[in-house]
Write a protein that binds this ligand. Sequence first.
Ligand SMILES: [Zn+2]
Ligand SMILES: [Zn+2]
Length: 397
Amino acid sequence: MAYHPNRLEHARSLQDQIVAWRRDIHIHPELGFEEYRTAKLVAETLNSLGIEAETGVGKTGVVARIGEGKPVIGIRADMDALPIQEENEVPYKSQTPNTMHACGHDAHTAILLGVATMISELPEDQKPKGEIRLLFQPSEEMQDAEGKSGAMRMIDDGALEGVDHVIALHMASGTEAGKIEIRSGYAMANADKFEATIYATGGHGASPHRGTDPVFMFAQLLNAIYGITARRINPVQPAVISIGAIRAGNANNVIPSEVFFNGTIRSYSEETRNQLHEELEKAFGVVKALGGDYKLEFFRGYDATYNDPAVAKLIENMTADMLGEDKLEEPEAGMGAEDFGYMTKLAPGAMFYLGAKYDEKNRGHHTPNFDIDESVLHIGAALLLETALQLQQPNGK
Ligand SMILES: [Zn+2]
Ligand SMILES: [Zn+2]
């Protein structure tokens, strides 16, 4: 079924309002599980549209159920900011020190409010046949003390119950404004963390032969670790291990007795994920061989996000119909992570990227000068709603 010809026009009529919401949220950013003001803005806006909103879902999330019965199509937007001091000098600059919407979640929230507005304005014959569930999710960037992020908390609270498909978008500040990227299959990686300490005797820097040196052991171990992806993992399986922090010693003439380091482990498949953990453990045999000891701890992070091929295809077709074939950008495979993967595990779905490159400056996600081209926001609303309505059709995919 072709898309509704008025969809993009309808969304464009809300562009200024979506921008106003985005700026309001951008000025008042809140960190994960502290999105009180944002949740209030969301709930009040939904109420003003005549849509009932359930607050306090997954701690600070908001859920709105529009329409009744099957199928149930979920649309997710994350609402949290990051602990970053904004450097942009713009009228909508963050007013909260060391807190900034530097990933575009302000835009995601505003776009989903745009979708809610569009649904409330649909003529009777175009209303959703089943239910459309709006999922305003807290804390995508951070996990709470029990290691749970916003998506997990919302799932725990039943927000995904009965959902047949779930979709979402993410701003892409490095992609040309107005272009859409959608991957079929794995789109985001499993992201685990490890922490390790090497123990040795240390000693005087002038007499290395009298003790054992954890710095030397670390140097050998580093090769063994970086050899894992090159020599142990199937070359057609994406896998990364990166060491991010190393701490050892204080004085130039003292061999320390410990080296601490940590890193991230990324993969797509569960099999590769497990193999990376096993191989990393094995690599530490180098330390034992050199007379040292170690402690190695793994911290399981987000699961990979898998885009259902049928839903991804639908989004691709919608984009081509609505915006033109040339707006589809070949997505680059990446090893980033997203907790949306927990939702697509329960209900086949997909996340697409909305290109929003602002200017020629590097405005990468999670940097103090992150910013987006706001003129594309309505495109996100039109695509999300059209995809959700298409998924409601009997042969929607
Ligand atoms: Zn982010
Ligand atoms: Zn993000």
